[in-house]
Ligand binder design. Structure first.
Ligand code: NAD
Length: 482
């Protein structure tokens, strides 16, 4: 950072300014408080060149994997060391609570620890072809990994892709989200302090349509890892097609919790609180729909409504239960979707409005009951604190409703019946199924979607294999002389 709260790009081991800057504002007040350099097309080119030189130097790929693991552990240490200092900045630019912001840095550190443990275990296979051959595989880094990050969990999501990429020996060019680029610079500072080679980690800021587009269109990248909205993902896939660049797409969701009459209601309500109101509902895997067996439908609507009505809005620094949305535009979009839901016949039981007396981009915790599959609120991602509740009568109907959108990121089931939970885990079309706890799982569990939620997996051991190419070596062994 330069004086006056002005932030920079990081290219080839150097912090660099540029001629264009953008303003960063605080969602809790709407006030601008910092500026950041926007990467020009020349900056994008320099960053990709630096990453390419790092790949060609083989400084990360040719060293003993255990040394790379040590580098990863140093990064984790540095992230933990800056977490206290950096977390308030994440609150200021994103609006989330201070506790969640600190946790985001600790999760980021944990990604580096987890993938440090894998850096020296990326083992190939020996394939039997008979006595005349020796055949084996090994894994090579993909090369230059271009990673595009969204604004809702910028530090967490950045670390989620950066850590496995470095563990596998790649060089990375990161494009930060235009609304929340600041805290990520601390993550890159941690890499710098851990003595990551020049060019191994580059950070570019600026508009998606300019800097992001130039990065994904660059002819010298070897991979794209994108986390963001479906329309942007679709646009990026068109660029990826030009040079057949392999991609990981982590897109949106409209995930359903299926609640049976034997569910533990207290457990459910705790899950709803986190599932849809955490981070003001700006979570790709949010519990944005609840499908409830008719026997307990009224009770669940009543309890979820009471929960939502009890959540007090305020700033993240005050540790409020309901924090602001990221921008005025997002706030308007969410309110417009609430209006449409009512116009289409959904029953608003609480919320649906801005929060009186607060200046920032707040929307009340909102509940819609009696939502049917024909309504837009049933199948369109809101990305705000809005939940849609729908009754069902049979298991088959529940699966049909849960699977009735184009998305398939996560799904959940609340029941005491293990057999039913297992049937749900097969029937629900999603990358991950939670049983009796929304967001169960962690860094160790693979995460990603099907359908419009994208493809490829992040997290867990599986993610690392997105960052390598398999090479097979087949050796003809000379026959023994007679
Ligand atoms: P977005 O698509 O608007 O932006 C995401 C990123 O893409 C930003 O860095 C942006 O600058 C960049 N970008 C925009 N246009 C681009 C272009 N033409 N070329 C290259 N890059 C471009 O998404 P958002 O509003 O930041 O995030 C919200 C969306 O992200 C939601 O749909 C949410 O569900 C999804 N999301 C998914 C996950 C996941 O892991 N599946 C996680 C978080 C968010």
């Amino acid at each position: 950072m330069k004086p006056n709260n002005h932030w920079l790009n990081f290219i080839n081991g150097q912090w660099c300014d540029s001629s264009e800057h953008t303003l960063i504002s605080d969602p809790a007040t709407g006030e601008n408080f910092a500026t950041i350099a926007c990467a020009s097309p020349e900056d994008i080119d320099s960053a990709v060149k630096a990453a390419r030189e790092c790949v060609e130097s083989r400084s990360l790929s040719a060293c003993r994997p255990a040394e790379r693991a040590q580098m990863m552990l140093r990064i984790a240490q540095e992230i933990k060391a800056i977490a206290e200092q950096a977390a308030p900045l994440l609150v200021k630019e994103n609006g989330k609570t201070l506790a969640d912001a600190k946790e985001e840095f600790l999760i980021a550190a944990r990604y580096f620890e987890y993938y440090a443990g894998m850096a020296d275990k990326i083992e190939g296979k020996s394939i039997p072809l008979g006595d005349d051959y020796i055949d084996f595989t090994f894994y090579e880094p993909v090369g230059v990994s271009a990673q595009i990050v969204p604004w809702n969990f910028p530090v967490d999501i950045c670390a989620r892709s950066l850590a496995p990429a470095l563990a596998a020996g790649n060089a990375v060019v990161i494009k930060s989200p235009e609304l929340t680029p600041l805290a990520m610079t601390w993550l890159v500072t941690a890499c710098q302090r851990a003595n990551v080679p020049a060019g191994a980690v580059n950070l570019l800021n600026g508009k998606g349509s300019v800097a992001g587009a130039a990065l994904v269109e660059h002819p010298d990248i070897n991979q794209i890892v994108f986390t963001g909205s479906v329309p942007t993902g679709q646009l990026i896939l068109q660029s990826a097609a030009k040079y057949a660049v392999p991609s990981v797409m982590e897109l949106g969701g409209k995930s359903a919790a299926v609640v049976f009459e034997d569910a533990d209601i207290e457990q459910l309500i705790e899950s709803v609180k986190w599932g849809i109101y955490f981070n003001a509902g700006q979570v790709c895997s949010a519990m944005s729909r609840i499908l409830v067996q008719r026997e307990i439908y009224s009770l669940v609507v009543e309890r979820v409504t009471a929960l939502a009505a009890s959540l007090e809005a305020g700033s993240g620094m005050e540790q409020a239960a309901l924090t602001p949305l990221i921008s005025a535009q997002q706030q308007q979009q969410v309110l417009a979707m609430c209006d449409k839901a009512q116009a289409q016949g959904a029953r608003l039981t609480t919320g649906g409005n801005t929060v009186a007396g607060l200046k920032g981009h707040f929307v009340e915790a909102t509940v819609f009951a009696d939502v049917t599959a024909e309504m837009e609120i049933f199948s369109t991602e809101v990305f705000g604190p809005v939940v849609a509740i729908t009754p069902f009568d049979s298991e088959e109907e529940a699966w049909q409703l849960a699977n009735g959108t184009d998305f398939g990121l996560v799904a959940g089931v609340f029941t005491q019946d293990l057999s039913r939970a297992m049937r749900a885990s097969r029937a629900l079309q999603a990358g991950q199924v939670f049983v009796n706890e929304w967001y169960a799982g962690g860094i160790e569990t693979p995460f990603g979607g099907i359908g419009l939620s994208g493809f490829g997996r992040e997290k867990g051991q599986e993610a690392l294999y997105s960052y390598v190419n398999t090479k097979n070596v087949a050796i003809r062994v000379a026959a023994a002389k007679a």
